[in-house]
Design a protein around this ligand. Structure first.
Ligand SMILES: C[S@@+](CC[C@H](N)C(=O)[O-])C[C@H]1O[C@@H](n2cnc3c(N)ncnc32)[C@H](O)[C@@H]1O
Length: 235
């Protein structure tokens, strides 16, 4: 099965358990990391939450002290987005939210529409990163900010050893125990294992023509937040 179909099927199947597992696996830290990523995105009008899943990035942004006017949540999985819609309808916010089932590598939007993009924990799930980045570049205005949060590769040896032990051994074991569906959470560590290290990902973005690119590690690199500016000249 192609990666995209597999990812869509997997997230659709685990949608109901997704939030609970996120909180347990991250020991509740993901919420704090999400807030940090949202703060870096700053004051924006029209934001795309790409690969939005159950909508946690959008929820935090909508409840921020400087919320955007509109957040558009896009995901491949209708089941994940359905939960996002439910959750966003239950919070108090002035931000309007829209929900669109679509592929991030082929977005149904006109060019230069958004002034901000956020993405949480989805980089490793993408099939074709150059295509995805070209789409984000196309649909964003000049001076847009793109902020991606994801788990990453710790850059401290000791933390790295402990993290891999936790992530590769413990997490798949107990998620199987909770959900009864271990394949999804065996996928989680393997998706990270083959994903770029932070510096490699920055190098790739530079090669794709994104010039103003940076990252900051969280807890020495257990997580990372990437900040990317739109390409100055189209390739
Ligand atoms: C790990 S979840 C992250 C959900 C959410 N952003 C969060 O912060 O919790 C990854 C999400 O990306 C979605 N996804 C993966 N590839 C996609 C693509 N090409 N286009 C749109 N959504 C995609 C999946 O359906 C899934 O909901």
């Amino acid at each position: 099965m192609a990666k995209k179909s597999f990812v869509k099927k997997m997230f659709s199947e685990i949608a109901g358990d997704y939030d609970k597992l996120n909180r347990i696996i991250s020991l509740n830290l993901d919420l704090r990391w999400r807030k940090k990523a949202v703060k870096l995105t700053g004051k924006r009008e029209l934001v795309l939450d790409i690969c939005a899943g159950t909508g946690d990035m959008a929820m935090i942004y909508a409840q921020d002290t400087i919320p955007p006017k509109v957040i558009v949540l896009v995901d491949l999985s209708p089941e994940m987005l359905k939960l996002a819609k439910q959750k966003l309808s239950e919070i108090s916010t002035k931000t309007k939210s829209l929900f669109i089932i679509a592929d991030g590598e082929s977005l149904p939007f006109q060019s230069e529409l958004f002034d901000g993009v956020i993405m949480g924990f989805a980089l490793r799930n993408l099939e074709n990163i150059p295509k995805f980045m070209a789409e984000l570049d196309r649909i964003t205005k000049d001076n847009s900010e793109m902020v991606f949060l994801d788990i990453a590769h710790p850059e401290n040896k000791m933390v790295s050893k402990l993290f891999y032990l936790y992530f590769y051994k413990f997490v798949p074991f107990f998620t199987k125990f909770i959900t009864g569906k271990d394949y999804a959470y065996r996928y989680l560590p393997s998706s990270l294992r083959i994903f770029y290290k932070q510096k490699e990902f920055i190098k790739l973005l530079n090669e794709l023509g994104f010039q103003d690119v940076s990252y900051q590690n969280i807890l020495t690199g257990i997580g990372a937040i990437y900040r990317i500016r739109k390409r100055l000249e189209r390739k």
